[in-house]
Ligand binder design. Structure first.
Ligand code: NAD
Length: 359
């Protein structure tokens, strides 16, 4: 998904603002016919609506590397009624075809903030009903839940289950099955961090990180799989980390848990391979979220560095692009893994890390 620029253009009598917030190319042939599923906001303040953009003509050809430019040009020509391909380009406003997860139900753990919330919004944007979970201020959580319903016209519910408690995890899956009728998509995303030299690492922090970042996925998968098997369709996504593949000092529990989740992903993928259920991990590098922000003071202390040194030399030091991953990029990867296009992707560990583990 790509955040697009604002394009001002004439539309009939009125001047409208078109903001392409995201799009996904779904097919392009050699003679320049393109179909894009995307989202469009037709004027400031209006809701984002799913669209199918259909274009034919030379401007659609060979645009795989920069489809946003073809899309912008085509929209401008289409709406302005000018340009060589104006007659052959349509912008169709439609609900169903562009939303690949209509009728699906998703449960996302740790989704009151950061990456989990972005995944919930990405799946809801594709039409999935969602149950969000996590801690935080009750009013803020209710605001996020209501926004999911209002922005994407889906059902959204909230479970306060604590991912350190197996009985609450089982109850959360049962709640989602009762509220939404089923759990087609399970995203095990809840996670915490603690940064400390091994000899000072508090044993209770180790236990808590292993429980939230690893064992909760086991408990949730265990509870959700029977329904997925019965319906012969399911998607399980575990938010791992670049730390599922490489280590960093002072993060013993986190790295151990994330390596564990990578192994759990592969094992369950094999078990469910013939049941229509895919199981994959997403491994982001550094994403700017509260989890990252909170570890800066501990890292300053553990390594004797300033805040700027931690951000530039430690966090982005290992990320060759020198940029943080965005939560929207992780959400888009989750939506892809839930799509039919990804039905043969299973047991994979999808890296979104600016080249970190390529080194
Ligand atoms: P975040 O702190 O913004 O979100 C964490 C979420 O987990 C919140 O909703 C929080 O309420 C929830 N949570 C924490 N403890 C919980 C518990 N006991 N029970 C239920 N929910 C609980 O952090 P984030 O950066 O969005 O992290 C989300 C996931 O992404 C984690 O698994 C993390 O390890 C992983 N990750 C993050 C980064 C990054 O750079 N931010 C990189 C790689 C992987």
């Amino acid at each position: 998904m790509v955040a697009g620029p604002v394009i001002a253009m004439g539309m009939g009598m009125a001047m409208s603002v078109v903001v392409v917030t995201a799009f996904r190319r779904v097919g392009m042939d050699g003679v320049g016919i393109g179909r894009f599923h995307g989202q469009i906001r037709l004027a400031a303040g209006m809701p984002i609506r799913p669209c199918v953009f259909v274009g034919e003509g030379p401007h659609w050809r060979n645009r795989g590397v920069a489809p946003i430019f073809a899309l912008r040009a085509s929209l401008r020509r289409s709406i302005n009624g000018t340009g060589p391909s104006a007659k052959r380009t349509e912008c169709l406003m439609s609900q169903a075809p562009s939303r690949s997860l209509v009728g699906r139900a998703a449960l996302i753990t740790g989704s009151t903030s950061g990456i989990g919330l972005a995944i919930a919004r990405a799946l809801a944007a594709e039409g999935a009903d969602v149950v969000i979970n996590g801690f935080g201020d009750a009013a803020s959580i209710e605001k996020e839940r209501a926004a999911l319903e209002a922005d994407f016209k889906v059902r959204a519910a909230y479970s306060p289950a604590d991912m350190t408690k197996p009985d609450e995890i089982a109850a959360m899956v049962a709640f989602a099955e009762t509220t939404l009728g089923k759990v087609d998509i399970l995203v095990n995303n809840a996670g915490i961090q603690h940064v400390s030299p091994i000899e000072d690492f508090p044993p209770e922090k180790w236990d808590q990180i292993i429980a939230i970042n690893l064992s909760s996925a086991f408990h949730a998968i265990r509870a959700a799989v029977p329904g997925m098997k019965a319906r012969k369709w399911g998607r399980i996504i575990n938010t791992a980390s670049a730390h599922s593949l490489v280590a960093s000092p002072f993060k013993s529990a986190y790295v151990a848990a994330k390596h564990g989740i990578a192994g759990l992903t592969k094992t369950v993928a094999l078990e469910l391979a013939t049941h229509g259920v895919t199981v994959n991990a997403i491994s982001p590098g550094y994403v700017w979220t509260p989890l990252v922000e909170r570890q800066i003071p501990d890292t300053m202390k553990a390594r004797g560095l300033t805040r700027e040194q931690v951000i530039n030399d430690v966090l982005l030091g290992g990320q060759p692009t020198k940029q943080f991953v965005t939560v929207e990029q992780v959400g888009a990867m989750a939506a892809f893994l839930c799509s039919d296009a990804a039905s043969q992707v299973t047991g994979a560990n999808m890296q979104i890390d600016g080249g970190w583990v390529a080194q």
